[in-house]
Write a protein that binds this ligand. Structure first.
Ligand SMILES: [Zn+2]
Length: 183
């Protein structure tokens, strides 16, 4: 069911999801800025609303983030502006993740691609879309770990996902969230 509250002059719509399994109250904001409040059955909606109000700063921040993300207009200018920042961020993350994996690779290239976030070539080159600079950090990490693991497993086999899982236990959720973001 959809509920509404007004906070600081802003109308916030949210859905309540009563769960048999939830032990605690939980709030999530998805990429389309939808707010879902998950509750154990025993919690009343009044208490749930108070909980939402306590966390409202975080909720507003998330909503703003995803709305801003939608507004990004990719352009050559945006690419040139962010390319080197993206490179630095990606290289740092790769070095830190690869301390554990210890895979060999040749070079890292940053591109302005229309259809993919990253790729890995058979001869060990890693390519990343500069646009990942605009993603939440969780998704940046997921994309980087995903491509890094292709250095070892050049497919999407069970073995591959086991490698990803080592650093990213919640990869399924990240994968789902990433699909919702249109490049
Ligand atoms: Zn892949």
């Amino acid at each position: 069911m959809e509920k509404r509250i007004i906070v600081k002059g802003k109308l916030i719509k949210y859905r309540i999801n009563k769960s048999l399994w939830a032990k605690n109250m939980r709030i999530s904001v998805s990429c389309d800025a939808g707010v879902v409040l998950t509750l154990p059955r025993s919690i009343s909606e009044k208490i749930a609303e108070e909980f939402l109000l306590q966390k409202i700063g975080w909720v507003l921040k998330k909503i703003r983030y995803f709305k801003d993300f939608e507004k990004i207009k990719y352009s050559k200018k945006d690419y040139l502006k962010n390319k080197e920042t993206a490179r630095k961020m990606i290289e740092e993350k790769i070095l830190s993740f690869n301390k554990i994996y210890d895979f060999r690779f040749k070079r890292i290239a940053i591109r302005n691609q229309k259809t993919r976030w990253g790729s890995c070539s058979k001869d060990g080159n890693l390519n990343f879309n500069y646009k990942i600079i605009h993603l939440p950090e969780e998704l940046q990490n997921y994309i980087i770990i995903h491509e890094l693991c292709h250095l070892e497993e050049f497919n999407h086999s069970k073995k591959f996902w086991k490698l990803v899982e080592r650093f990213f236990p919640d990869y399924k959720r990240a994968r789902r969230n990433l699909r919702k973001i249109i490049l």
